[in-house]
Design a protein around this ligand. Sequence first.
Ligand SMILES: O=C(O)CCC(=O)C(=O)O
Ligand SMILES: [Fe+2]
Length: 335
Amino acid sequence: MTISVPIISLARINDPEGRKEIAKAVGAAARSSGFMQVVDHGISEDLIAETFDVSKRVFALPLEEKVKYTRNPNTNRGWDALGGQALKGAIGVGHDDQEKTTEASADSDMKEGWMVGPHGVDESFEYWGRFGHGKNAFPPEEQVPGMEDVMRRYYDSILALATSFMKIVAISLDVSEDTFDSLCRLPAAAIRLLHYPAEEEGTGAGAHTDFGMCTMLSTDGNPGLELYAGGVWSAIEPVPGAYIVNVGDILSLYTGGEYKSSLHRVQNRSGVERYSIPFFLDGNSDILVAPTRGPGLGKYPAVTVEQHLRTKFDASYYDKSTEDIMKSVVQAPGM
Ligand SMILES: O=C(O)CCC(=O)C(=O)O
Ligand SMILES: [Fe+2]
């Protein structure tokens, strides 16, 4: 089964009337499945193609090279081995179908990843040493020529897009456009290059909700992403050139569940390898988030972005039992 999520053009994002119209569409999508596809986003096709090219080249390195850049669990930068994560542990409480969807995912994700954050972070950075901040891990230039440069340019572009998208989200909630500025300041945020082998069974990315404010996903066009809606898993078909954008837990929590952080997963049955590149705008580590409206108002405790990320990363990495994982999942009004 296939599900179509709203396709929203950002062409009129710089025009006051256009902004209101975009915000209306974004609000409707966020209150429905929390997923949408965004076109006319201004990120050049060439830059996206260059980023996919880098991704293919870095994953093609021999295992003994990639292992040198194994993801640092504190900074959240570097390479994740195939099967190194089980996203099925990362489900916000409040999902009635939690157990069912957990059973529906394999114990580890059949994907490898490479997490990349902003360029040039060093000891002088305000959040140095804090979770989700730190130095990128790149192979030497001669092994993957251009990787650092391409990733820096892609990071800057996608962060700018996600930050301006959050202003539209603010308009859609009828609050001041600068409402999310503090959440967008020096945010924990990362690009994740992902590579899924073709699999006849198993799960590429287990059922989960995204952790932060919003996710902007580019895919190579191969299907595999599925959304859990109305009690069934349905495929989202990527519109060529569009970003698949979805609400994460932090934004859902802020809206008391009015905006949905929906369950999704990846199963790559396409018969070919699949590459995708999500960007996660998680938020400023120190900002305390609690429901300001919606059905969850007064029901869910406030958490800082850092606490929430830590809990969800801890829940989805390393070989914990499902029971342990479920115990450590933070309360977030997913649906
Ligand atoms: O690869 C995809 O299509 C989605 C990946 C995803 O959901 C995630 O990394 O959070
Ligand atoms: Fe996701």
